[in-house]
Design a protein around this ligand. Structure first.
Ligand code: GDP
Ligand code: K
Ligand code: MG
Length: 297
């Protein structure tokens, strides 16, 4: 008798920048969730759908759980991360090889409270110079914590993913696939388009300004084979606008080119993208502006 098909939800939890979104993308096989070296790139919960011959994993990518609660935006992100833990069949706690911080402890505590089976993923093993350090690291951090399994891997290099997928499928309930096998996310193309613009903002702006930006899609129209998309980049203060636009409009142009290339790859169609930059004073600490911009939880 063949093994039964299994399908269910897996929350992907961890502090900012450990590689949660990279891991979700690697398991799905398509970049559905934006990635950058900056913390808090992921602001929303998003489902990545990974279909295998013996099971389907609905991976809930989340903003990193972090200690800062000061702005309304930060509170939204922590709520989105913690909220992901309800109604899941298992969770993955992602940490970085060789590093355990207080924020990892915070993420583990949220998982333990949720009472779902938890798999520890030790990501970025490709960065370890001394691989023999891995075993004592695992021993130290699993001694007083409860994990269903431990998987050292590299989401970036695609090493160890199959083993993780098998473990996770084993933790899922028996069920037929919950989504079609060609589906990759629960989010709309409109949402993904806004995210791809935001990814460019995270990549191309310095340390401060990206956190003051958000992206709103004004129009999203199919024109034959072409997608015509118009988007507004919102900043919080007038002084941030010239930074986004750049000298002679060069930065805005680069943001547009990068985002358009990402969209064409993801949507498999030609994209015509128009971008504006506008000011909305203090939007990231303003609950009603947050709701208008889609940060509702
Ligand atoms: P998140 O904030 O937890 O979602 O992390 P991201 O997926 O956005 O990744 C944060 C940074 O870590 C990005 O620069 C990734 O390229 C990098 N990264 C993710 N996984 C790996 C990995 O396995 N190895 C290495 N060397 N870098 C990684
Ligand atoms: K990140
Ligand atoms: Mg992320």
């Amino acid at each position: 008798m063949p093994a039964p098909y299994r399908a269910g939800h897996v929350a992907v939890i961890g502090r900012p920048n450990v590689g949660k979104s990279t891991l979700v993308n690697a398991l799905v096989g398509v970049k559905v969730s934006i990635v950058s070296p900056k913390a808090q790139t992921t602001r929303h919960r998003l489902l990545g759908i990974a279909t295998f011959e013996h099971g389907q994993l609905l991976l809930v990518d989340t903003p990193g759980i972090h200690a800062k609660q000061s702005r309304a935006m930060n509170r939204y992100m922590n709520r989105a991360a913690r909220g992901a833990l309800t109604d899941v069949d298992a969770a993955v706690l992602v940490i970085e090889a060789g590093r355990w911080t207080d924020e990892d402890g915070l993420a583990y505590a949220a998982l333990r409270d949720a009472g779902v089976p938890c798999v520890l993923v030790i990501n970025k093993v490709d960065r370890l110079k001394d691989k023999t350090a891995l075993l004592p690291f695992i021993a130290e951090h699993t001694r007083e914590r409860e994990f269903a399994a431990v998987h050292p891997l590299s989401a970036l290099k695609g090493k160890g993913l199959r083993e993780l997928a098998d473990t996770l499928i084993g933790l899922m309930p028996e069920s037929p696939p919950l989504y079609g096998e060609d589906e990759i996310t629960d989010r709309s193309e409109r949402f993904l388009a806004a995210e791809l613009v935001r990814e460019q903002l995270m990549l191309r702006l310095g340390e401060e300004v990206p956190y003051s930006t958000t992206v709103e899609i004004e129009s999203f129209e199919e024109d034959g084979e072409l997608l015509r998309i118009a988007a507004v980049i919102w900043v919080e203060r007038a002084g941030q606008k010239p930074i986004v636009i750049g000298e002679g409009g060069r930065r805005l142009k680069a943001i547009g080119t990068g985002a358009r290339e990402g969209m064409q790859k993801l949507f498999g169609r030609k994209v015509f993208l128009k971008l504006w930059c506008k000011v909305r004073e203090g939007w990231s600490d303003d609950e009603s502006a947050l709701r208008q911009f889609g940060y509702a939880e």
